[in-house]
Design a protein around this ligand. Structure first.
Ligand code: DQA
Length: 146
């Protein structure tokens, strides 16, 4: 089973970015967490981050072509990118949307994600542990989900 863990803008700054909101785990630590979880679960995990929307769209198109599952933190794009949502709608395997912070307890503009309606499920507010939980869910349901 192949899973792409895709991260949107500013998530490469984890560990130094608003640590009161996002914690002290660095992006490198997040990559290691996802890769080691993948090894533990026996699934192939590829972790990526970009600040460029067109690059994210290309990765989502590739995941759709490969029928690969996706764990996506769309970051700020969650709140306004219809292009990212449309690319997510093309996916053929489960999509778990992850937010490190609880977007519902923050500024009102963060309360709505345009991606959530096309996601299989959403995890938010559990810190970087949300990524681990998302991978566990996908691995547990791998037979049903292809
Ligand atoms: C985020 C929440 C978004 O509102 C924000 O723009 C991010 C990160 C999160 O992981 O909590 O960049 O997706």
């Amino acid at each position: 089973m192949k899973v792409y863990v895709l991260n949107g803008p500013n998530l490469g700054r984890l560990g130094t970015r608003q640590i009161d909101v996002y914690g002290v785990t660095s992006y490198a630590d997040l990559v290691e967490l996802c890769e080691s979880t993948g090894r533990e679960l026996g699934i192939s995990v590829t972790v990526r981050q970009t600040d460029a929307e067109h690059e994210m769209l290309g990765w989502l198109h590739a995941a759709a072509d490969e029928a690969a599952a996706v764990v996506l933190n769309p970051a700020a794009w969650s709140h306004y990118s219809i292009a990212v949502r449309d690319a997510c709608a093309m996916l053929r395997a489960p999509l778990v949307e992850v937010h490190i912070s609880n977007i519902h307890t923050r500024e009102e503009f963060r309360h709505h994600s345009v991606v959530s309606a096309v996601a299989t499920g959403v995890i938010c507010g559990l810190g970087v542990d949300g990524y681990r939980l998302a991978l566990h869910h996908l691995a547990t349901h791998r037979d049903q989900d292809g």
